[in-house]
Write a protein that binds this ligand. Structure first.
Ligand SMILES: [Zn+2]
Length: 400
């Protein structure tokens, strides 16, 4: 390896690696001094604490005179049995490689940074990129929730499929020419990294916000600013559905907010989650259905249509349980975007729940490809989905 590259990789490694530290902090003042370095206190005992932190934080703790022992944690990659999943670093590289191989019809950008400063990437696919905003837009996003690892593989594979089949498949070619496709595979990079960087999965859901009560994490899918905090979310930082101190308090949801506001041509949004095999549509914050009859029917009809391909169960989100502050209530409620949440494979916890194994990646993508292509096709006018039903419903002509 050339010296310069070696030097860079050394510097980079120091920046991004995480140390496990046993720290001799024995009272709240000493523990606060440790917390002020930015490191995360994981365990508090009477005579020591266990801390996770980067190289810089470790050095400060060392200077404070508190450090007992430390070792470098294995970096944030999947265990060998799940190696086909993409870590954050691998995802970034995959997106860069994909874009470079199809640079005439794709563009990679950063829509914002996570709380810990990681870049949130968006791949945009369209011909004539300079004027893509004039076309009908669609947004796909994954990994709002850290442990839902399949939810970032499916949007990546969708991007790969579209780009790799553009030249040979006339249907894909028409879609890329006629649409402005945005794909954000990882909304919550800090959480995704945290979930896999120990020697076992951590079952982590939220981002990595240090909360005022000493707990960690805001549920990004309860932090959106439409009917925020009106049920199915918690005011407690210790809860897995902590709504955050205010709507859009988190840099990750702020990034999505700005992205949607900056792209007024987006007509359809799909947010991938796992698991349960469901197709969900608004509302989540109320048991009422969408009051605009036509919009309600569009969501219902499209969900039922897509269910024929992936075999998932289509339903209004609140038929499961009330949940406020989620992405799709906001994207439909605040922007009128036809919005769906897919809860991907598997169906149950007995089949692996959040961790079904890498053998699920390919079949899960395959069964969701046609629903995704259908949404891209419909993005110019989602109300077209009602046309086959319009006679039955007695509509003379639908005004779009
Ligand atoms: Zn989720």
């Amino acid at each position: 390896m050339p010296i310069l590259l070696l030097l860079f990789s050394f510097l980079f490694a120091n920046e991004s690696n995480t140390y496990w530290m046993k720290v001799n902090a024995t009272n709240k003042y000493e523990r606060s001094a440790v917390a002020n370095t930015g490191a995360v206190i994981e365990v508090v005992k009477d005579d020591y604490i266990i801390v996770l932190g980067n190289n810089r934080e470790k050095e400060i703790i060392e200077k404070l005179g508190f450090l007992d022992t430390s070792f470098l944690l294995p970096s944030s990659f999947y265990p060998p049995k799940d190696d086909d999943f993409h870590s954050y670093e691998e995802m970034v590289q995959a997106l860069k490689d994909l874009q470079a191989a199809h640079s005439d019809i794709s563009e990679l950008s950063v829509i914002g940074k996570s709380l810990e400063g990681r870049e949130i990437y968006k791949l945009r696919i369209s011909t004539d990129l300079a004027n893509a905003s004039d076309k009908a837009g669609i947004a796909f996003m994954g990994a709002h929730h850290a442990r839902e690892h399949l939810s970032k593989e499916v949007p990546l594979m969708l991007a790969e499929y579209i780009l790799e089949n553009f030249a040979s498949d006339s249907r894909i070619q028409r879609m890329v020419e006629g649409r402005d496709i945005h794909i954000i595979p990882i909304v919550n990079p800090d959480g995704v990294i945290f979930d896999i960087k120990a020697d076992r999965y951590r079952n982590w859901r939220k981002n990595r916000r240090p909360n005022k009560d000493g707990s960690i994490g805001v549920d990004l899918n309860r932090n959106y600013g439409f009917q925020w905090g009106t049920g199915g979310s918690s005011k407690s930082g210790r809860s897995d559905v902590f709504m955050g101190p205010k709507p859009f308090s988190e840099p990750e949801t702020q990034a999505i907010k700005k992205f949607v506001e900056d792209n007024e041509n987006i007509n359809i949004l799909l947010s991938f989650h796992t698991f349960s095999e469901l197709i969900l549509y608004p509302w989540g914050h109320t048991y009422n259905s969408i009051s605009n009859e036509k919009d309600y029917l569009v969501h219902k009809t499209m969900a039922e249509t897509m269910a024929k391909w992936n075999g998932y169960r289509p339903q209004q989100s609140s038929d499961l349980y009330i949940a406020s502050g989620d992405t799709t209530d906001w994207s439909y409620g605040a922007h009128g975007i036809i919005s769906f949440t897919f809860e991907l494979d598997p169906a149950t916890i007995w089949e692996g729940g959040f961790y079904p194994g890498q053998d699920f990646i390919d079949p899960t993508f395959r069964k969701n490809l046609e629903p995704c292509l259908y949404l891209i096709d419909m993005a110019d006018n989602p109300y077209r989905s009602l046309q086959s039903k319009s006679q039955k419903l007695g509509f003379q002509h639908l005004q779009f």
